[in-house]
Design a protein around this ligand. Structure first.
Ligand code: NAD
Ligand code: TYD
Length: 371
Protein backbone atom coordinates (compact mmCIF):
# COMPACT_ATOMS: atom_id res chain seq x y z
CA UNK A 1 0.00 0.00 0.00
CA UNK A 2 1.27 3.45 -0.93
CA UNK A 3 -0.24 5.14 2.11
CA UNK A 4 -2.04 4.09 5.29
CA UNK A 5 -4.59 6.70 6.22
CA UNK A 6 -6.61 6.83 9.40
CA UNK A 7 -9.95 8.58 8.90
CA UNK A 8 -11.80 9.20 12.17
CA UNK A 9 -15.58 9.62 12.27
CA UNK A 10 -15.92 7.86 8.92
CA UNK A 11 -19.33 6.41 9.79
CA UNK A 12 -20.82 9.88 10.25
CA UNK A 13 -22.22 12.27 7.69
CA UNK A 14 -19.17 14.02 6.19
CA UNK A 15 -16.77 11.22 7.17
CA UNK A 16 -18.69 8.64 5.13
CA UNK A 17 -18.37 10.80 1.99
CA UNK A 18 -14.64 11.27 2.64
CA UNK A 19 -14.10 7.53 3.20
CA UNK A 20 -16.03 6.68 0.01
CA UNK A 21 -14.03 9.19 -2.03
CA UNK A 22 -10.65 7.98 -0.76
CA UNK A 23 -11.45 4.25 -0.96
CA UNK A 24 -12.67 4.51 -4.56
CA UNK A 25 -10.23 7.12 -5.85
CA UNK A 26 -7.07 5.66 -4.27
CA UNK A 27 -7.09 1.85 -4.51
CA UNK A 28 -3.40 1.87 -3.52
CA UNK A 29 -4.12 3.59 -0.16
CA UNK A 30 -5.29 1.59 2.83
CA UNK A 31 -8.13 3.52 4.47
CA UNK A 32 -8.75 2.72 8.14
CA UNK A 33 -12.04 4.11 9.41
CA UNK A 34 -11.94 4.58 13.20
CA UNK A 35 -15.39 5.31 14.61
CA UNK A 36 -17.04 4.79 17.99
CA UNK A 37 -20.48 4.45 16.36
CA UNK A 38 -22.22 6.91 18.64
CA UNK A 39 -25.86 7.73 17.88
CA UNK A 40 -24.51 9.66 14.84
CA UNK A 41 -22.36 6.87 13.43
CA UNK A 42 -24.01 4.47 10.99
CA UNK A 43 -22.21 1.75 9.03
CA UNK A 44 -25.14 1.66 6.62
CA UNK A 45 -23.66 4.89 5.20
CA UNK A 46 -20.77 2.82 3.82
CA UNK A 47 -22.48 -0.39 2.61
CA UNK A 48 -21.42 0.21 -0.99
CA UNK A 49 -17.68 0.22 -0.23
CA UNK A 50 -17.35 -1.95 2.89
CA UNK A 51 -16.04 -4.97 0.95
CA UNK A 52 -13.30 -3.10 -0.87
CA UNK A 53 -9.87 -4.64 -0.20
CA UNK A 54 -8.30 -1.29 0.76
CA UNK A 55 -10.92 -0.51 3.46
CA UNK A 56 -10.89 -1.44 7.16
CA UNK A 57 -13.31 -0.49 9.90
CA UNK A 58 -12.21 -0.23 13.53
CA UNK A 59 -14.82 0.42 16.20
CA UNK A 60 -13.00 2.50 18.81
CA UNK A 61 -13.20 5.68 20.84
CA UNK A 62 -10.65 8.37 19.93
CA UNK A 63 -10.35 9.08 23.68
CA UNK A 64 -9.06 5.54 24.26
CA UNK A 65 -5.37 6.43 23.95
CA UNK A 66 -3.98 2.87 24.20
CA UNK A 67 -6.24 1.59 21.44
CA UNK A 68 -5.44 4.55 19.21
CA UNK A 69 -1.69 3.93 19.73
CA UNK A 70 -2.19 0.26 18.90
CA UNK A 71 -4.00 1.15 15.65
CA UNK A 72 -1.14 3.44 14.58
CA UNK A 73 1.27 0.54 15.06
CA UNK A 74 -0.93 -2.15 13.52
CA UNK A 75 -1.61 -0.20 10.33
CA UNK A 76 1.62 1.83 10.20
CA UNK A 77 -0.47 5.00 9.84
CA UNK A 78 1.20 7.87 7.96
CA UNK A 79 -1.75 10.22 7.52
CA UNK A 80 -4.73 11.22 9.65
CA UNK A 81 -7.93 12.90 8.52
CA UNK A 82 -9.74 13.69 11.75
CA UNK A 83 -13.50 14.17 11.56
CA UNK A 84 -14.76 12.30 14.65
CA UNK A 85 -16.62 14.73 16.88
CA UNK A 86 -19.81 15.51 18.67
CA UNK A 87 -21.31 17.85 16.09
CA UNK A 88 -24.74 19.14 17.09
CA UNK A 89 -25.03 22.57 18.76
CA UNK A 90 -28.34 21.78 20.50
CA UNK A 91 -26.87 18.68 22.12
CA UNK A 92 -23.82 20.69 23.24
CA UNK A 93 -26.13 23.07 25.09
CA UNK A 94 -27.68 20.15 26.98
CA UNK A 95 -24.49 18.14 27.52
CA UNK A 96 -21.28 20.20 27.21
CA UNK A 97 -19.05 17.65 28.98
CA UNK A 98 -19.41 15.08 26.21
CA UNK A 99 -18.28 17.73 23.73
CA UNK A 100 -15.20 18.64 25.76
CA UNK A 101 -14.33 14.96 26.17
CA UNK A 102 -14.64 13.88 22.54
CA UNK A 103 -13.72 17.06 20.71
CA UNK A 104 -10.91 18.29 22.95
CA UNK A 105 -9.51 15.26 24.78
CA UNK A 106 -10.20 12.93 21.85
CA UNK A 107 -8.27 15.20 19.48
CA UNK A 108 -5.43 15.43 21.99
CA UNK A 109 -5.35 11.65 22.30
CA UNK A 110 -5.01 11.29 18.50
CA UNK A 111 -2.33 13.99 18.31
CA UNK A 112 -0.29 12.40 21.07
CA UNK A 113 -0.60 8.91 19.55
CA UNK A 114 0.51 10.27 16.16
CA UNK A 115 3.42 12.13 17.76
CA UNK A 116 4.71 9.12 19.70
CA UNK A 117 4.42 6.81 16.69
CA UNK A 118 5.94 9.18 14.15
CA UNK A 119 8.75 10.54 16.34
CA UNK A 120 9.97 6.97 16.95
CA UNK A 121 10.45 6.36 13.22
CA UNK A 122 13.83 6.99 11.56
CA UNK A 123 12.29 9.40 9.05
CA UNK A 124 10.27 11.12 11.85
CA UNK A 125 7.60 13.43 10.40
CA UNK A 126 8.72 13.17 6.78
CA UNK A 127 5.82 12.14 4.54
CA UNK A 128 3.32 12.40 7.43
CA UNK A 129 0.23 14.56 7.77
CA UNK A 130 -2.32 15.27 10.49
CA UNK A 131 -5.37 16.94 8.96
CA UNK A 132 -7.97 18.30 11.38
CA UNK A 133 -11.48 19.09 10.10
CA UNK A 134 -13.09 22.03 11.85
CA UNK A 135 -15.96 24.44 11.47
CA UNK A 136 -16.59 28.11 10.70
CA UNK A 137 -18.50 28.29 14.01
CA UNK A 138 -15.20 28.84 15.87
CA UNK A 139 -15.15 32.39 14.48
CA UNK A 140 -18.37 33.35 16.28
CA UNK A 141 -21.15 35.28 14.57
CA UNK A 142 -21.27 38.00 11.92
CA UNK A 143 -23.66 40.95 11.81
CA UNK A 144 -26.72 41.04 9.60
CA UNK A 145 -25.98 44.40 8.01
CA UNK A 146 -27.93 43.69 4.82
CA UNK A 147 -31.08 41.96 6.00
CA UNK A 148 -32.90 43.21 2.90
CA UNK A 149 -30.98 40.54 0.97
CA UNK A 150 -33.91 38.21 1.75
CA UNK A 151 -34.94 36.09 -1.20
CA UNK A 152 -37.28 33.35 -2.15
CA UNK A 153 -35.60 31.61 -5.05
CA UNK A 154 -32.20 30.69 -6.45
CA UNK A 155 -31.96 33.57 -8.90
CA UNK A 156 -29.11 35.54 -7.30
CA UNK A 157 -26.34 35.15 -4.82
CA UNK A 158 -27.29 37.38 -1.92
CA UNK A 159 -25.04 38.34 0.95
CA UNK A 160 -26.51 39.41 4.27
CA UNK A 161 -23.61 41.40 5.62
CA UNK A 162 -20.43 43.21 4.73
CA UNK A 163 -18.05 40.98 6.66
CA UNK A 164 -16.89 37.42 6.04
CA UNK A 165 -14.84 34.93 8.02
CA UNK A 166 -11.28 34.76 6.67
CA UNK A 167 -8.39 32.64 7.89
CA UNK A 168 -7.27 35.70 9.92
CA UNK A 169 -10.58 36.17 11.76
CA UNK A 170 -10.08 35.96 15.53
CA UNK A 171 -11.68 32.95 17.23
CA UNK A 172 -14.77 33.91 19.23
CA UNK A 173 -16.88 30.78 19.81
CA UNK A 174 -20.27 31.05 21.53
CA UNK A 175 -21.69 27.55 21.89
CA UNK A 176 -20.14 24.67 23.84
CA UNK A 177 -19.82 22.91 20.47
CA UNK A 178 -17.86 25.72 18.84
CA UNK A 179 -15.81 26.29 22.01
CA UNK A 180 -14.78 22.62 21.99
CA UNK A 181 -13.89 22.74 18.28
CA UNK A 182 -11.90 25.96 18.79
CA UNK A 183 -9.98 24.31 21.60
CA UNK A 184 -9.19 21.28 19.45
CA UNK A 185 -7.98 23.57 16.62
CA UNK A 186 -5.59 25.25 19.08
CA UNK A 187 -4.20 21.88 20.19
CA UNK A 188 -3.56 20.86 16.59
CA UNK A 189 -1.66 24.10 15.88
CA UNK A 190 0.23 23.74 19.16
CA UNK A 191 1.44 20.29 18.07
CA UNK A 192 2.91 21.84 14.97
CA UNK A 193 4.51 24.73 16.81
CA UNK A 194 5.84 22.63 19.70
CA UNK A 195 6.77 19.31 18.12
CA UNK A 196 6.95 20.14 14.42
CA UNK A 197 4.05 17.86 13.50
CA UNK A 198 2.93 18.48 9.88
CA UNK A 199 -0.61 19.59 10.60
CA UNK A 200 -3.27 21.34 8.56
CA UNK A 201 -6.65 22.70 9.71
CA UNK A 202 -9.72 23.60 7.67
CA UNK A 203 -12.80 25.47 8.81
CA UNK A 204 -15.88 24.72 6.75
CA UNK A 205 -19.39 26.14 6.57
CA UNK A 206 -22.66 24.17 6.98
CA UNK A 207 -22.74 20.99 4.90
CA UNK A 208 -25.82 19.35 3.40
CA UNK A 209 -26.46 16.22 1.35
CA UNK A 210 -27.16 12.47 1.75
CA UNK A 211 -26.54 10.60 5.04
CA UNK A 212 -26.82 13.60 7.36
CA UNK A 213 -28.25 12.70 10.75
CA UNK A 214 -31.84 13.99 10.96
CA UNK A 215 -31.27 16.24 13.95
CA UNK A 216 -29.77 18.85 11.60
CA UNK A 217 -32.00 21.35 9.86
CA UNK A 218 -32.19 20.02 6.29
CA UNK A 219 -32.80 16.27 6.82
CA UNK A 220 -35.00 16.93 9.86
CA UNK A 221 -37.24 19.28 7.91
CA UNK A 222 -37.42 17.09 4.77
CA UNK A 223 -38.55 14.20 6.95
CA UNK A 224 -41.03 16.31 8.91
CA UNK A 225 -42.55 17.76 5.74
CA UNK A 226 -42.98 14.27 4.37
CA UNK A 227 -44.73 13.12 7.54
CA UNK A 228 -46.68 16.39 7.95
CA UNK A 229 -45.06 17.09 11.31
CA UNK A 230 -44.36 20.61 12.64
CA UNK A 231 -41.22 22.39 11.38
CA UNK A 232 -39.65 23.97 14.48
CA UNK A 233 -38.06 27.24 13.29
CA UNK A 234 -35.89 28.77 16.01
CA UNK A 235 -36.64 32.42 16.78
CA UNK A 236 -37.84 34.28 13.69
CA UNK A 237 -35.87 32.18 11.22
CA UNK A 238 -33.67 35.16 10.34
CA UNK A 239 -30.34 33.47 11.08
CA UNK A 240 -28.10 33.07 8.05
CA UNK A 241 -25.97 30.05 7.18
CA UNK A 242 -23.59 29.42 4.25
CA UNK A 243 -24.43 25.99 2.74
CA UNK A 244 -22.03 23.67 0.93
CA UNK A 245 -22.82 20.33 -0.72
CA UNK A 246 -21.02 17.61 1.22
CA UNK A 247 -19.28 16.07 -1.82
CA UNK A 248 -17.72 19.45 -2.56
CA UNK A 249 -16.36 19.46 1.00
CA UNK A 250 -14.97 15.94 0.51
CA UNK A 251 -13.26 17.09 -2.72
CA UNK A 252 -11.69 20.00 -0.83
CA UNK A 253 -10.46 17.62 1.88
CA UNK A 254 -8.84 15.39 -0.75
CA UNK A 255 -7.09 18.39 -2.32
CA UNK A 256 -5.91 19.86 0.98
CA UNK A 257 -4.76 16.52 2.38
CA UNK A 258 -2.46 16.13 -0.63
CA UNK A 259 -1.58 19.70 -1.57
CA UNK A 260 -2.31 21.95 1.42
CA UNK A 261 0.63 23.75 3.01
CA UNK A 262 1.90 22.35 6.32
CA UNK A 263 0.77 24.33 9.37
CA UNK A 264 -1.68 26.29 7.25
CA UNK A 265 -5.40 26.95 7.60
CA UNK A 266 -7.98 27.05 4.81
CA UNK A 267 -11.57 28.21 4.99
CA UNK A 268 -14.04 26.18 2.93
CA UNK A 269 -17.43 27.66 2.05
CA UNK A 270 -20.14 27.68 -0.53
CA UNK A 271 -20.50 31.44 -1.18
CA UNK A 272 -24.12 30.48 -0.64
CA UNK A 273 -25.85 32.36 2.19
CA UNK A 274 -29.46 31.66 3.07
CA UNK A 275 -31.72 32.95 5.80
CA UNK A 276 -33.19 29.90 7.52
CA UNK A 277 -36.78 30.85 6.77
CA UNK A 278 -36.07 31.33 3.04
CA UNK A 279 -34.26 28.01 2.86
CA UNK A 280 -37.12 26.30 4.70
CA UNK A 281 -39.62 27.68 2.15
CA UNK A 282 -37.49 26.28 -0.68
CA UNK A 283 -37.41 22.89 1.10
CA UNK A 284 -41.18 22.97 1.54
CA UNK A 285 -41.79 23.72 -2.14
CA UNK A 286 -39.30 21.09 -3.31
CA UNK A 287 -40.66 18.30 -1.09
CA UNK A 288 -44.26 19.21 -1.95
CA UNK A 289 -43.52 19.15 -5.68
CA UNK A 290 -41.66 15.82 -5.53
CA UNK A 291 -44.46 14.27 -3.48
CA UNK A 292 -47.10 15.56 -5.89
CA UNK A 293 -48.66 17.92 -3.36
CA UNK A 294 -49.68 21.48 -4.26
CA UNK A 295 -46.42 23.46 -3.99
CA UNK A 296 -46.26 25.36 -0.72
CA UNK A 297 -49.12 23.42 0.90
CA UNK A 298 -46.80 22.31 3.72
CA UNK A 299 -45.96 25.90 4.73
CA UNK A 300 -48.68 25.51 7.34
CA UNK A 301 -46.28 23.19 9.21
CA UNK A 302 -43.85 26.05 9.89
CA UNK A 303 -43.89 26.59 13.65
CA UNK A 304 -41.83 29.35 15.27
CA UNK A 305 -40.35 28.05 18.53
CA UNK A 306 -38.17 29.45 21.31
CA UNK A 307 -34.81 30.50 19.92
CA UNK A 308 -31.68 28.43 20.49
CA UNK A 309 -29.63 29.90 23.38
CA UNK A 310 -26.69 31.95 22.08
CA UNK A 311 -27.91 31.40 18.49
CA UNK A 312 -25.26 32.82 16.13
CA UNK A 313 -26.89 35.26 13.72
CA UNK A 314 -24.82 34.82 10.59
CA UNK A 315 -22.00 32.65 9.28
CA UNK A 316 -20.35 33.52 5.96
CA UNK A 317 -17.05 32.11 4.74
CA UNK A 318 -14.55 33.77 2.46
CA UNK A 319 -12.87 30.80 0.75
CA UNK A 320 -10.86 32.79 -1.80
CA UNK A 321 -7.56 31.60 -0.34
CA UNK A 322 -8.45 27.99 -1.17
CA UNK A 323 -9.54 29.03 -4.65
CA UNK A 324 -6.46 31.14 -5.36
CA UNK A 325 -3.88 28.76 -3.91
CA UNK A 326 -5.29 25.34 -4.75
CA UNK A 327 -7.97 26.07 -7.36
CA UNK A 328 -10.94 24.66 -5.41
CA UNK A 329 -14.46 25.95 -5.98
CA UNK A 330 -17.88 24.51 -5.14
CA UNK A 331 -19.04 22.52 -8.17
CA UNK A 332 -22.75 22.31 -7.48
CA UNK A 333 -25.30 25.11 -7.67
CA UNK A 334 -27.52 25.16 -4.57
CA UNK A 335 -30.65 24.62 -6.68
CA UNK A 336 -29.20 21.38 -8.03
CA UNK A 337 -27.81 20.33 -4.63
CA UNK A 338 -31.13 20.81 -2.85
CA UNK A 339 -33.04 18.92 -5.53
CA UNK A 340 -30.55 16.02 -5.33
CA UNK A 341 -30.65 16.03 -1.53
CA UNK A 342 -34.43 16.08 -1.21
CA UNK A 343 -34.73 13.29 -3.79
CA UNK A 344 -32.14 11.23 -1.92
CA UNK A 345 -33.99 11.46 1.43
CA UNK A 346 -37.34 10.74 -0.19
CA UNK A 347 -35.87 7.70 -1.97
CA UNK A 348 -34.11 6.41 1.17
CA UNK A 349 -37.03 6.41 3.54
CA UNK A 350 -35.91 3.10 5.12
CA UNK A 351 -32.56 4.71 6.08
CA UNK A 352 -34.46 7.53 7.74
CA UNK A 353 -37.01 5.20 9.38
CA UNK A 354 -34.34 3.03 10.95
CA UNK A 355 -32.80 6.11 12.55
CA UNK A 356 -35.95 7.84 13.64
CA UNK A 357 -37.64 4.81 15.16
CA UNK A 358 -37.16 3.48 18.68
CA UNK A 359 -35.09 5.41 21.14
CA UNK A 360 -34.33 8.28 18.86
CA UNK A 361 -38.03 9.11 18.55
CA UNK A 362 -38.08 9.75 22.30
CA UNK A 363 -35.25 12.16 21.86
CA UNK A 364 -37.29 14.12 19.33
CA UNK A 365 -40.23 14.30 21.71
CA UNK A 366 -38.21 15.71 24.60
CA UNK A 367 -36.08 18.01 22.53
CA UNK A 368 -38.60 20.39 21.05
CA UNK A 369 -41.01 22.38 23.16
CA UNK A 370 -43.48 24.03 20.86
CA UNK A 371 -44.86 27.41 21.82
P1 NAD B 1 -21.57 13.51 12.56
O1 NAD B 1 -22.11 13.83 13.91
O2 NAD B 1 -22.50 13.15 11.45
O3 NAD B 1 -20.51 12.31 12.68
C1 NAD B 1 -19.57 12.23 13.70
C2 NAD B 1 -18.95 10.83 13.67
O4 NAD B 1 -17.96 10.78 14.71
C3 NAD B 1 -19.95 9.71 13.96
O5 NAD B 1 -19.75 8.64 13.07
C4 NAD B 1 -19.61 9.29 15.39
O6 NAD B 1 -19.90 7.91 15.65
C5 NAD B 1 -18.13 9.58 15.45
N1 NAD B 1 -17.66 9.81 16.82
C6 NAD B 1 -18.20 10.63 17.74
N2 NAD B 1 -17.53 10.56 18.90
C7 NAD B 1 -16.51 9.68 18.69
C8 NAD B 1 -15.45 9.19 19.50
N3 NAD B 1 -15.31 9.58 20.78
N4 NAD B 1 -14.58 8.30 18.97
C9 NAD B 1 -14.72 7.88 17.68
N5 NAD B 1 -15.71 8.30 16.87
C10 NAD B 1 -16.59 9.20 17.37
O7 NAD B 1 -20.66 14.76 12.17
P2 NAD B 1 -20.43 15.47 10.76
O8 NAD B 1 -21.51 16.45 10.52
O9 NAD B 1 -20.13 14.45 9.74
O10 NAD B 1 -19.10 16.30 11.08
C11 NAD B 1 -17.82 15.70 10.92
C12 NAD B 1 -16.75 16.71 11.29
O11 NAD B 1 -16.87 17.86 10.47
C13 NAD B 1 -16.86 17.21 12.74
O12 NAD B 1 -15.55 17.34 13.24
C14 NAD B 1 -17.54 18.57 12.61
O13 NAD B 1 -17.15 19.42 13.66
C15 NAD B 1 -17.00 19.03 11.27
N6 NAD B 1 -17.87 19.96 10.52
C16 NAD B 1 -19.18 19.64 10.27
C17 NAD B 1 -19.97 20.52 9.52
C18 NAD B 1 -21.41 20.19 9.21
O14 NAD B 1 -22.11 21.03 8.63
N7 NAD B 1 -21.91 19.00 9.50
C19 NAD B 1 -19.43 21.72 9.03
C20 NAD B 1 -18.07 22.00 9.29
C21 NAD B 1 -17.30 21.10 10.02
P1 TYD C 1 -28.11 23.07 12.26
O1 TYD C 1 -28.44 22.20 11.09
O2 TYD C 1 -28.30 22.53 13.64
O3 TYD C 1 -26.61 23.58 12.05
P2 TYD C 1 -25.77 24.71 12.86
O4 TYD C 1 -26.42 25.00 14.14
O5 TYD C 1 -24.45 24.02 13.04
O6 TYD C 1 -25.70 25.90 11.94
O7 TYD C 1 -28.98 24.41 12.16
C1 TYD C 1 -28.94 25.24 11.01
C2 TYD C 1 -29.75 26.47 11.32
O8 TYD C 1 -31.13 26.08 11.45
C3 TYD C 1 -29.37 27.14 12.63
O9 TYD C 1 -29.49 28.55 12.49
C4 TYD C 1 -30.41 26.63 13.62
C5 TYD C 1 -31.64 26.43 12.75
N1 TYD C 1 -32.54 25.33 13.17
C6 TYD C 1 -33.90 25.57 13.34
O10 TYD C 1 -34.38 26.72 13.17
N2 TYD C 1 -34.70 24.54 13.72
C7 TYD C 1 -34.22 23.29 13.93
O11 TYD C 1 -35.00 22.37 14.30
C8 TYD C 1 -32.82 23.05 13.72
C9 TYD C 1 -32.24 21.68 13.93
C10 TYD C 1 -32.01 24.10 13.33
Amino acid sequence: MKRNILITGGAGFIGSHVVRLFVTKYPDYRIVNLDKLTYAGNLENLRDIEDRPNYRFEKADICDFDTVCELFRRYDIDGVIHLAAESHVDRSIRDPFTFARTNVLGTLSLLQAARLYWEAKPEKYEGKRFYHISTDEVYGALELTRPEGARSDFSAHEVYGDEFFTEETKYNPHSPYSASKASSDHFVRAFHDTYGMPTVVTNCSNNYGPYQFPEKLIPLFINNIRHEKPLPVYGRGENVRDWLYVEDHARAIDLIFHKGKVADTYNIGGFNEWRNIDLIRVLVRTVDRLLGRPEGASERLITFVTDRAGHDLRYAIDSRKLKNELGWEPSLQFEEGIEKTVRWYLEHQEWMDRITSGEYELYYETMYRYR
